[in-house]
Design a protein around this ligand. Structure first.
Ligand code: 0GY
Length: 296
């Protein structure tokens, strides 16, 4: 199948920013290869092959130690490419899966053994057909018993509607890509204040300060997105995560240089303490609670 968006950057630069030892790229994907792991028939886009070997090479090139691989919609609820990557990582990757209501307890236990620690609920209409909230809630009740958390992906205009549902979910809720704010409206917008208030009022809610390339209007070096991410990092230093989003599915305007994305980090987390929390301590607490002190 022909990919229907830009291919990932072939030769990302070496970042100028040196990430702390043991840093985690907490949002990235593996796609295919299609010959081994076919894409889901119900997918809304067709990705390029982005296999595990390339993800691990990028991790090393950027100076990271670990990955959290998130099941993307193009693989539906077939987590085999994800599990294959987790198996090959030698413990250096954890996963966030997509689970169906008929996924058995045995399958959940297998995913847990493979390193899955979360489940993703996607509300972005261009990416998935709607799933009833009751179905998601039942899945949430089951996976929270395994110690997993819930990752949610939605766009800012949908937050108001979703809020009661989100707050009814058990355990930790991680919001992808800052809840996709309208960057043109600025970080003082009512919409973004609403999101910050949600986090301020609910300590169970974490956020990924990721995806400037997706949210920007201005383009690189993403000056318009930096204030959003920095506000969240400074307000909630213990509940923020960062990820590359490699291989940047569905990007049609520009394809980011992953090294340049890493160079955004010191602008959103300006002190070594904030960088350590964002890149090491927080993701380790959520995904490798068994590993003491982070390490590399
Ligand atoms: C992302 C963003 C996107 C795609 C997916 O699961 C997905 O297909 O997450 C997007 O198109 O916004 O998080 O990588």
């Amino acid at each position: 199948m022909t990919p229907d968006y830009l291919p990932f950057h072939p030769d990302p630069k070496k970042p100028a920013f040196k990430v702390p030892a043991g840093a985690v790229d907490a949002h990235c994907h593996v796609f295919g290869p299609e010959a081994d792991f076919p894409f889901a028939p119900e997918r809304k886009y067709t990705p390029v092959d982005a296999p595990k070997e390339q993800l691990f090479a990028l991790r090393d090139h950027l100076g990271f130690s670990r990955n959290v691989i998130v099941q993307a919609t193009c693989h539906g609820s077939d987590n085999s490419a994800l599990v294959d990557a987790l198996d090959a990582s030698g413990g250096a990757a954890r996963g966030v899966a997509v689970v169906r209501p008929d996924t058995s307890d045995e399958e959940l236990a297998d995913l847990d053994r493979a390193g899955v620690r979360g489940v993703r609920f996607n509300f972005v209409k261009r990416l998935v057909d709607a799933t009833p909230k009751e179905t998601y809630r039942e899945i949430a009740e089951r996976v929270v018993r395994l110690g997993w958390h819930i990752v949610v992906y939605f766009e800012a205009p949908d937050l108001e509607d979703l809020k009661p549902f989100l707050l009814s979910l058990p355990g930790i809720i991680v919001v992808d890509h800052m809840g996709r704010p309208d960057v043109a409206a600025g970080p003082q917008s009512a919409e973004f204040r609403n999101f910050r208030n949600l986090m301020a009022d609910n300590e169970r809610i974490w956020v990924k300060v990721s995806c400037p390339e997706r949210l920007t209007v201005a383009g690189p070096p993403y000056d318009d997105v930096v204030p959003f991410a920095r506000t969240l990092v400074e307000a909630f230093p213990e509940r923020v995560l960062w990820g590359t989003d490699w291989p940047h599915p569905n990007m049609k305007s520009h394809m980011p240089d992953d090294g340049a994305l890493v160079d955004v980090i010191p602008r959103i987390a300006p002190t070594p303490e904030l960088q350590q929390a964002l890149l090491v301590d927080n993701p380790m607490r959520l995904y490798w609670p068994d590993v003491r002190g982070g390490g590399s």
